[in-house]
Write a protein that binds this ligand. Structure first.
Ligand code: GLA
Length: 389
């Protein structure tokens, strides 16, 4: 969001509530590699990006919450004693408030105006940014003293209990812990991470949006998670120390292949491979080996598409186009939950314009839709904006 847009959110707040707000910024995320791995306790490599929400927030002084979504031109008022799952954006914010309520921390209502530039349904984790930014803001203005890890868990609670998406915790960690010009190598088992500086003078990160809106709430995401859980439990019968697919080796999988059945076996095999790919990718990133890193991205994509079955025709088509010239695009894959959204492309900086032109023409000719392009910078996680004196 440009500073002028921050200005608009502040102005809207002042018009509605006749007082000064505190301002907060909450970014979306990309993920370089390690997809559908967070809920299997493996390694992921996300980063916060320069697409975000801005929140203008102040205590309401009573038990009411008055929230206005600038982008939807829609306002909602409700009591902190009336929190329940519902529809659209307010659902996520109610879930966050309820997360604080469960901890007995919610003592008053809030006035809030928010807006941003994270495209929704494009795989950049706009809902996580919404929950993390709102939670961070509440924690600050009411001095509740929770750390970022607890805020990530509240944001995840909102997705699980209010949006009915049984997501992992990668998106929330990226939004809250992201650092400028860096990715995080997050160990989703113990929630520790290494900051990996992303210094690449030769290549940039370009997202290509299929404009196919994914709906993670649709059962497909939760079904994948269930398949992994079922697989893990069957393997555990023979190997009692196994607690997640993170603990599973290929040998264990092949031993239990018959009991698992073909579908669960193939899905678990993908997860085991993707966990090791993300670890390998971390090493390649440290050595600035972009060719090797990119190869892993392609490998990951075709696994996500053919084995894990979370891609779609449009995503596959975009990756195929990228793969036609690996000199220009050393790596490309679908990003996030899947079933639509964006591909993430590691691309030769000098060739970005040519690539965009080729993709635009061919994608339109095939799907009668214009793709969107987003050049991404890796940015700081959720933070408070200092008011100008
Ligand atoms: C969504 C979920 C994440 C993660 C990704 C896939 O973004 O919210 O927890 O599982 O899909 O990697």
């Amino acid at each position: 969001m440009k500073p002028t847009q921050t200005h608009i959110i502040t102005q809207k707040f002042q018009e509605r509530f006749k007082k000064k707000p505190s301002l907060f910024v909450a970014p979306g995320r990309i993920n370089l590699i390690g997809e559908h791995i967070d809920y299997n306790e493996g390694f992921v490599m996300p980063a916060a990006i320069d697409k975000h929400f801005v929140f203008a927030v102040a205590p309401s002084g009573n038990e009411k919450c008055n929230i206005y979504a600038h982008d939807y031109e829609e306002g909602v008022s409700f009591s902190i004693h009336d929190l329940h799952p519902g529809e659209a954006w307010i659902n996520y914010l109610m879930g966050v408030l309820d997360g604080f309520r469960r901890k007995d921390l919610l003592k008053g209502g809030v006035d809030c105006v928010f807006g941003g530039n994270i495209p929704s349904g494009a795989g950049m984790a706009s809902s996580a940014a919404l929950c993390c930014g709102f939670g961070f803001a509440l924690n600050e203005i009411f001095s509740m003293g929770l750390d970022r890890k607890a805020l990530a868990q509240i944001a995840q609670y909102s997705e699980h209990e209010f949006a009915d998406v049984n997501c992992g915790i990668m998106d929330q960690y990226a939004s809250l812990f992201g650092e400028k010009n860096s990715a995080l190598l997050l160990d989703c088992r113990n929630l520790t991470y290494k900051v990996l500086p992303f210094h690449c003078s030769s290549h940039s990160l370009l997202l290509v949006d299929t404009k196919v809106k994914h709906a993670l709430g649709s059962t497909a995401y939760n079904d994948r998670r269930d398949a992994c859980e079922q697989g893990m439990k069957m393997i555990r019968k023979k190997h009692p120390l196994v607690n997640s697919l993170r603990d599973v080796t290929r040998t264990m999988l092949y031993e239990t292949q018959d009991q698992l059945g073909e579908d669960i076996f193939i899905k678990c095999l993908f997860i085991v491979a993707e966990i090791s790919r993300a670890q390998k990718a971390g090493e390649l990133l440290k050595r600035n080996d972009w060719k090797g890193f990119g190869e892993l991205m392609y490998e990951a994509h075709w696994g996500l598409s053919q084995a894990y079955e979370v891609s779609c025709e449009e995503l596959d088509y975009l990756v195929m186009l990228a793969e036609e010239d690996k000199g220009m695009v050393p790596g490309s894959r679908m990003m996030g939950g899947g079933f639509g959204g964006c591909t993430i492309n590691l691309i030769d900086k000098d060739k970005e314009d040519i690539f965009k032109e080729i993709v635009s023409q061919k994608y339109f000719a095939t799907f009668k839709k214009e793709p969107d392009f987003y050049s991404i910078k890796l940015s700081q996680g959720v933070h408070k904006l200092m008011n100008k004196p």
